[in-house]
Design a protein around this ligand. Structure first.
Ligand SMILES: Nc1ncnc2c1ncn2[C@@H]1O[C@H](COP(=O)(O)OP(=O)(O)OP(=O)(O)O)[C@@H](O)[C@H]1O
Ligand SMILES: [Mg+2]
Length: 262
C-alpha cells in the first residue's frame, strides 16, 4: 500500500521578507495514520500545515520540494484541482474556531459547506448529515446547535462544531493545528479522545500540530520534532518519548513538568 501523503524536501520562502521558513523537511503518512508535529513557537508547524493543505497564499511564497497526496502533486496542481481535494481529501481544524467559523452564518450551514461543494446531496440529506456530525462530536441537542450562530456556543462547542464541519465528509487526512490549545485541560482531553475515535472509526489520518509533546502522545503513534524550520527527529512516539536522540527533543521533554510525564 502506498503512502497517503509524502512530503519530500519541502522548502517554503516568504516573498515579502525573502525568508526561508521551512528548510527542506521530509516525512510521510500512511492511510489512517496519526502523526504529531511538535516544536516550539516559530519552528514552522503552521507554515508546514498551510503548505500541505494548499491554504497558503501561493502569491506570497515560493514552495519547493514535493507534496504528494495520493497520486496528486499538490504543488503543481491547478486551483480547481486543489479545491477538489480540500474537504473530501484534506480537512483542517485550527486553534481558534472563531477565526474559521463565519460569525454571521448559522453553524449548521457551515457544517454543510463541504457537502454543498463536493456532493449532490439534497438540502434535506445535507441537514441530516450535518446534524449527525454535530451529534457525533458530542454536542448536546444537535438540531438546536444546527440553527445557532457561532457566538452562541462555548469555545469547546465551537471547536467540536469545527471538527464536525471537517469530518462531515470523512476526509482522508485531517490536519489539526493546535486544536485544543485554547481550551481548558478537561475539554482538551475530551476533544483528543474524540479525534482518536473518529480517526479509528472512519480511517481518517490525522496530522496533529502541537507545541505540547504530551498532547501528541495521547493521539499519535508517530511524531516529528521541528526546530527552526527543520525536522530534527522523527519516529515512534513511545520510542522518542523514552529515548529522545536529538538535543532539542530532550529539551522539549525536560520542559514537561515531572508530574505530567507519568
Ligand atoms: N506570512 C509570513 N510572512 C513571513 N514570515 C512568516 C509568515 N508566517 C510565518 N512566518 C515565519 O515562519 C516561521 C514559522 O512560523 P509558524 O507560524 O509556522 O510557527 P509555528 O511553529 O506554527 O509557531 P506557533 O507554535 O507559535 O504557532 C516563523 O519564523 C515566522 O516568522
Ligand atoms: Mg502555529
Amino acid at each position: 500500500m502506498g503512502d497517503m501523503l509524502t512530503v519530500k524536501d519541502l522548502r517554503v520562502t516568504f516573498l515579502d521578507n525573502n525568508k526561508e521558513a521551512i528548510h527542506g523537511i521530509s516525512f510521510s503518512m500512511q492511510e489512517g495514520e496519526r502523526l504529531g508535529l511538535v516544536g516550539e513557537s516559530g519552528s514552522g508547524k503552521t507554515v508546514t500545515a498551510m503548505a500541505i493543505s494548499g491554504l497558503i497564499e501561493r502569491s506570497r511564497v515560493t514552495i519547493n520540494g514535493d507534496v504528494i497526496f495520493g497520486d496528486t502533486d499538490l504543488r503543481r496542481c491547478s486551483r480547481s484541482q486543489l479545491r477538489a481535494i480540500q474537504g473530501p481529501g484534506i480537512g483542517v481544524v485550527f486553534q481558534e474556531p472563531m477565526n474559521s467559523l463565519n460569525p454571521l452564518i448559522k453553524v449548521g450551514y457551515q457544517v454543510e459547506e463541504t457537502l454543498r461543494i463536493h456532493t449532490k446531496k439534497t438540502p434535506e440529506e445535507r441537514r441530516k448529515m450535518a446534524i449527525d456530525a454535530l451529534d457525533r462530536v458530542g454536542l448536546p441537542n444537535p438540531d438546536e446547535i444546527y440553527s445557532k450562530y457561532p457566538h452562541q456556543l462555548s469555545g469547546g462547542q465551537r471547536q467540536r462544531a469545527m471538527i464536525a464541519a471537517a469530518m462531515v465528509i470523512h476526509p482522508k487526512l485531517l490536519i489539526c493545528d493546535e486544536p485544543t490549545t485554547a481550551l481548558d485541560v478537561s475539554v482538551q482531553a475530551k476533544i483528543l479522545k474524540l479525534l482518536k475515535e473518529l480517526s479509528d472509526e472512519y480511517k481518517v489520518g490525522i496530522l496533529l500540530i502541537s507545541h505540547d509533546l504530551l498532547v501528541v502522545k495521547q493521539l499519535c503513534e508517530r511524531v516529528a520534532v521541528m526546530y527552526k524550520g527543520n525536522i530534527v527527529e522523527q519516529g515512534d512516539t513511545m520510542e522518542i518519548f523514552n529515548a529522545p536522540k536529538d538535543e532539542y527533543t530532550r529539551q522539549l521533554m525536560a520542559a514537561i513538568p515531572k508530574r505530567r510525564r507519568k
